[in-house]
Write a protein that binds this ligand. Structure first.
Ligand SMILES: [Zn+2]
Length: 331
């Protein structure tokens, strides 16, 4: 019976018109099955740059040995799904993620897209010369046919723009390509951003392209202002407060409480942006675990008057809603 479940899930999904699923590295899932979800974490990152990175740079068994204890710790804290946000050319490894998912029992999502922060070091050279449609074509192909020959499909679009400048030509192109990929696939756009200015510049382009703000995740929104959070959330965008650590809890309580006070808790995503096996310094860089939200933040929010329903919204309902595969066109 157990082996029939994936087949049955696919059948139900096929009958329901293919929408309203979440795509994991092990295939589609009903969003109701995601459970407690961490929407922004990393298991492996390679900062060497797009011109030099590749699967030859790490040994999957060594990475598994390093990551699995942290994944087990997260599962024991109640986590059932992790959205792995490492993009292509920065250490994305779908087959590794599939093995980690199978061995830990945690659902994992991976992504398509290009990363334009980090001084563009993770951007492939051709990103500068191709058109937005050509770029979107690469990402749509990964959705339709899987990433490389892995057969594994992305669960969302991950892009990045620099936080310290206005969008340059290539960064604007990333946003347009993400918009067009969204309209063709229904994949949510997770954009590494930071401050208010680039976040609203991205939003303007998405609207111009006909994408509803609810398809946009403002990643690293903790780099923005409380006013910016309210404005974006009121537009329907997702506010991703994603660098929770044991020593910055008060800052997160205050940002989350601000959104709750304005009835916008239903637009908030919380995560650690933690990990990871660092390919350049595998032994000298500490791996940060994925549990501070459960060991520290929950208690602090409860003391501030947050209820179990609020907690469920933040950790279960919102991530499921944000990462549902569904085309969201602007009205
Ligand atoms: Zn990250």
């Amino acid at each position: 019976m157990k082996n029939l479940l994936p087949v049955l899930t696919l059948f139900i999904i096929a009958c329901s018109g293919a929408d309203d699923i979440v795509m994991t590295v092990n295939g589609p899932l009903d969003p109701a099955q995601l459970g407690t979800t961490l929407p922004h974490e990393h298991f492996l990152v390679d900062f060497i740059g797009a011109d030099s990175t590749g699967y030859h740079r790490w040994n999957k068994d060594t990475v598994m040995a390093k990551v699995l204890p942290f994944l087990t710790e997260a599962r024991e804290a109640g986590v059932t799904t992790i959205i792995e946000c490492t993009p292509a050319f920065l250490g994305r490894d779908p087959l590794l993620l599939k093995r980690l998912s199978r061995q830990s029992g945690v659902n994992i999502l991976t992504n398509t897209g290009f990363y334009g922060a980090f001084q563009n070091k993770a951007l492939p050279e051709e990103a500068y010369t191709m058109t937005a449609d050509e770029m979107a074509g690469i990402w749509i192909d990964e959705w339709e046919n899987g990433i490389e020959s892995s057969g594994i499909r992305p669960g969302f679009i991950k892009i990045a723009v620099p936080g310290d400048s206005l969008l340059s030509e290539v960064h604007e192109k990333l946003v347009r390509a993400a918009a067009r990929t969204h309209l063709s696939t229904g994949l949510t756009i997770n954009a590494h951003t930071g401050p208010d200015a680039p976040a609203f510049a991205e939003l303007a382009i998405l609207k111009e392209e006909g994408v509803d703000p609810s398809a946009f995740v403002w990643t690293h929104a903790q780099g923005g202002t409380p006013e910016g959070h309210l404005k974006m959330a009121a537009e329907g965008g997702w506010i991703s407060l994603d660098n929770v650590m044991t020593d910055n809890i008060d800052q997160y309580v205050s940002m989350i409480a601000n959104l709750k006070d304005h009835d916008l808790l239903n637009r908030v995503l919380i995560s650690h942006d933690a990990g990871w096996y660092d390919v350049i310094n595998p032994d000298s860089v500490d791996y940060r675990g994925h549990t501070a939200i459960f060991t520290h933040l929950k208690q602090a929010l409860t003391a501030k008057g947050f209820t179990e329903d609020d907690w469920k919204l933040l950790t279960v309902t919102n991530p499921g809603e944000a990462y549902m595969v569904r085309v969201r066109k602007a009205e």
